[in-house]
Design a protein around this ligand. Sequence first.
Ligand SMILES: Cc1cc2nc3c(=O)[nH]c(=O)nc-3n(C[C@H](O)[C@H](O)[C@H](O)COP(=O)(O)OP(=O)(O)OC[C@H]3O[C@@H](n4cnc5c(N)ncnc54)[C@H](O)[C@@H]3O)c2cc1C
Length: 482
Amino acid sequence: MHKIEHAVVIAGGGPTGLMLAGELALAGVDVAIVELRASQKLDGSRSRGLHSRTIEVLDQRGIADRFLAVGQAMQVQRFAGIPLDISDFPTRHNYGLALSQSHFERILATWVSELGVPIAREREVTGLAQGDTGVDIALSDGQSLGADYLVGCDGGRSVIRKAAGIEFPGWDPSTSWLIAEVEMDEEPEFGLRGGGGIGRADGGLVGIALIEQHLEHTSEPTLQDVSEALIALDGTDYGVNSPRWISRFTDMTRQAASYRNGRVLLAGDAAHVHPPQGGQGLNTGVQDAVNLGWKLAQVVSGTSPERLLDTYHAERHPVGARVLHNSMTQGALRSTDERTKALRDTMTELLSMDEPRKRFAAMMSGLDIHYDLGEGHPLLGRRMPDLDLVTARGPVRVFTLLHDAKPVLLNLGEPGGVDITPWSDRVRLVGAEYVGPWELPVLGAVTAPSVVLIRPDGYVAWVGDGTHGGLVDSLTTWFGSP
Ligand SMILES: Cc1cc2nc3c(=O)[nH]c(=O)nc-3n(C[C@H](O)[C@H](O)[C@H](O)COP(=O)(O)OP(=O)(O)OC[C@H]3O[C@@H](n4cnc5c(N)ncnc54)[C@H](O)[C@@H]3O)c2cc1C
């Protein structure tokens, strides 16, 4: 049988797979998605919104407005339910966006289709075999695909992770929640209880999220399970009927031991699962994709050696581990016994103080991410702020310079004072003026650099403060030999 070949195949077209596909397509890589679902339609409620750094990342590609037009900008950041305001943070997007995952996926899928990425739907990746030069990918319809690299963006139960033999250590679930939107003959008592709550949903429906009596389940949840959970809580099921959807999730917390095994990589929920407290899963997956996309593109095109891919695990595994850690803390704080309530009150008091609020809000919003790129200027390894620059061609925002997902060397010093001719085919040199303050979330004001090397994912790879020492090494490390 004729086998179709691609440079990269992505298993799973959820938020992470779509974002990665967009990043690769922007870099000119021949990429295809294999997706189980017939459409982007989601059964059940999942992510309810985007955090500030995710909005910034979308802004870096010029597509944030599509999401902002549909969602509602608001202060969404919470730690264990304790609100954290970021309206004083130094970012254009000093808020989060209330936007359901189904809208998010629909808008992202439109962008990916505009970029011409094929999605093979209603097919499942069932297995893989790695060789020295590529990966053979078996599909559920009996066909197979060939690729230089395969990325598993296939969710928490990832077939790719298992087939690649990557361990998934962590913590088994301690609690299972049933979530549903249903009709009821009688009005229930609305409010937070039962380890979750009962509230009003769209279309006159009732939304429920309740802890289940049992942890282990071998089948999908049913209306009978919803009825039993309500009876256990209130002694009645309020005549529950006609579910729009029923789903469940647990507080299982696990992380892939390695984000890469040879030519197979993992991103998103395939690499890390944790309870939804704090709303970080989708956001983390999208940012995994933006970290991986340009690196994989450079390796596939031969611009960079394979070892560039090691920086994906090195940078994103610690970020994922921190999300797991904070979601476990938040999980522990959800108990309603008096001792935990006292602990929550203490946390609430602490987080009302300016410094703790800033630190936790920056963590929850993703604005404090700091890749360890060594000692140096505080900008090194941190997100480049979206400054308003003035160039010879007129005013431009830093994020606008990143729309095509190419690296930028921003010269804010003496015009013509830096020469990167050997990299001119892959790194864009932009001379500009900037007169405002340099301010980073949590850290506050930092000294103004004269030259900044910005990676395609918007993180700073090198900072010049008068001399150009280390620039050649940094260009070579990140963007290949001249
Ligand atoms: C109740 C709940 C609330 C949540 N709230 C939030 C929130 O507020 N904020 C937040 O950021 N996150 C939240 N999350 C987490 C968020 O939903 C996930 O982190 C996110 O969906 C992960 O995206 P993904 O693309 O990595 O994986 P998934 O969304 O799981 O997508 C995986 C895709 O792969 C496909 N697939 C699976 N196996 C195969 C295969 N073998 N071959 C081909 N395709 C395959 C699936 O059909 C799916 O489309 C919540 C989750 C839950 C359960």
